[in-house]
Design a protein around this ligand. Structure first.
Ligand code: AHG
Ligand code: MN
Ligand code: MN
Length: 335
C-alpha cells in the first residue's frame, strides 16, 4: 500500500489550489512542533517534565511544566519561517510578535499548546489545538494587534489538533474535509491514515462534566435527564457517558464514533462567559466538527459566528452529532 505522508498530502492540496505554499509551510512547521511535544509528553518522568511549573498563566490557572514546554516549542518553531505575522497562545497574555530579525508572513496562528493538562501527571491523553487566520492587511504596516485576531471562526483558513494518546495523531482541516495522520515514530513522519473523517450522525454517547449538574441551566438539565432516562424515557434508547477532561480526546472520540460534547454555561463559569476558550479551543474544534458533518453551537448560536471581543474570551460549547446539537440548541432557544 502506498504510504502518503503529511508533506505529500499538503503538496497535493496545494496543487489542487486548496492551500498556499505559505499555509503548507505553516502546517508543516506546526506538525514538526507537535512531534517535539510528543517526544516530551511520552518521556514523562524520565525527562523530568511532569508536575507544576510554579507559575500561573493569563487566566490565573496553574501552569504545568509541560504547558510551558509545549508553548515554547510552538513559539520557537513558528518564529523564523516567514509564514506568520504573529501568534497567540493560551499561555501568553498579549499577542506574540515575530522577532524583528525574521521575515513576516500573511497568517496568524493561535494555539492551546497543551490541552487537558490536568491529565499529564496521571498519564492520560493530552493534546494541542490550533487555528489559522489571515492577517488583515494593515495600512500602516505595523505589528498585528489583538484587534487583528478578533475574527469569527468562520474566517479560519485551517484548524487542527494533535492527540498525544497511545499513538500521536494530527487531525487537520483546510476547509476540504477532515484528514487524520498518525505519527510513525521510527520514521519521524506523519502518515495519512484517516481520510475524510466524519462524525457519525447517530449517537448513543454524551460527554459532560456531570459533577457540575447542579450548576447547569434548565435546558442542559432537561437534555441530560432525558438521556439518563434511557430506554424508558422520551429518547427510547440507552445512552453511555464518557468524560476524559481533555477536550482533544473527547472530540476525537466523537469524530471517530459519534456523540455530543458539552461544556455549557453554568453558575460556576457564568461570570467568565464559559469555561473553554473561543479563539484556540472552541473555534478550531467547531471548524473540524462542521467539516466532518457535525455541528457546534454555544447552545444559542453557531460557535463560528460568534464575534470575538477579546483574545482569551470564553464561550459555552456544545458540539458533535448534528441532530443532538440541534436538540440541545432548540431546548436553549425554547427556554
Ligand atoms: P486546558 O488544559 O488547556 O486548560 O483545557 C482543559 C479543558 C478541556 O480540555 C476539558 O474539556 C476541560 O477543560 C475539563 O474541565 P473540567 O476539569 O472542569 O472537567
Ligand atoms: Mn485546553
Ligand atoms: Mn492548555
Amino acid at each position: 500500500m502506498r504510504r502518503v505522508t503529511l508533506t505529500q498530502f499538503l503538496i497535493e492540496q496545494q496543487r489542487a489550489g486548496r492551500t498556499t505554499p505559505e499555509l503548507r509551510l505553516l502546517i508543516e512547521v506546526v506538525a514538526r512542533a507537535v512531534k517535539a511535544i510528543s517526544v516530551n509528553v511520552s518521556k514523562g518522568a524520565l525527562a523530568g517534565v511532569l508536575g507544576e511549573a510554579g507559575t500561573d498563566n493569563v487566566q490565573g490557572e496553574a501552569q504545568k511544566k509541560l504547558d510551558v514546554i509545549a508553548n515554547e516549542i510552538l513559539l520557537q518553531a513558528n518564529e523564523w519561517g516567514g509564514h506568520l505575522a504573529a501568534m497567540a497562545s493560551e499561555e501568553v497574555e498579549e499577542v506574540h510578535q515575530i522577532p524583528f530579525d525574521y521575515p513576516k508572513g500573511g497568517y496568524l496562528l493561535l494555539f492551546d499548546p497543551l490541552d487537558g493538562s490536568s491529565n499529564i501527571d496521571v498519564n492520560i491523553s493530552v493534546g494541542t489545538i490550533f487555528s489559522v487566520l489571515r492577517n488583515p492587511a494593515r495600512k500602516d504596516g505595523g505589528d498585528p494587534t489583538e484587534q487583528d485576531f478578533l475574527q469569527p471562526g468562520r474566517d479560519q483558513v485551517a484548524a487542527g489538533y494533535a492527540l498525544y494518546g497511545p499513538s500521536t495523531l494530527l487531525i487537520l482541516t483546510v476547509g476540504n474535509g477532515v484528514h487524520g495522520f498518525t505519527l510513525d515514530r521510527e520514521m519521524g513522519s506523519f502518515v495519512y491514515t484517516h481520510p475524510f473523517m466524519t462524525v457519525p450522525p447517530e449517537t448513543q454517547e454524551f460527554a459532560i462534566n456531570a459533577s457540575n449538574a447542579r450548576f447547569w441551566e434548565p435546558p442542559v438539565q432537561r437534555y441530560v435527564t432525558e438521556l439518563q432516562a434511557g430506554k424508558t424515557g422520551p429518547r427510547g434508547k440507552d445512552f453511555n457517558m464518557r468524560w476524559v477532561a481533555s477536550m482533544v480526546a473527547d472530540v476525537h472520540r466523537i469524530l471517530t464514533r459519534g456523540g455530543i460534547f458539552m461544556y455549557p454555561l453554568d453558575e460556576k463559569c457564568r461570570d467568565k462567559g464559559g469555561k473553554l476558550r473561543l479563539m484556540y479551543e472552541a473555534n478550531p474544534m467547531a471548524m473540524i466538527v462542521e467539516q466532518a458533518g457535525g455541528a457546534a453551537t454555544t447552545g444559542r448560536e453557531r460557535i463560528m459566528d460568534v464575534q470575538p471581543s477579546k483574545l482569551h474570551q470564553r464561550v459555552p460549547v456544545v458540539l458533535g452529532s448534528a441532530a443532538e446539537v440541534e436538540r440541545v440548541t432548540k431546548y436553549h432557544l425554547e427556554g
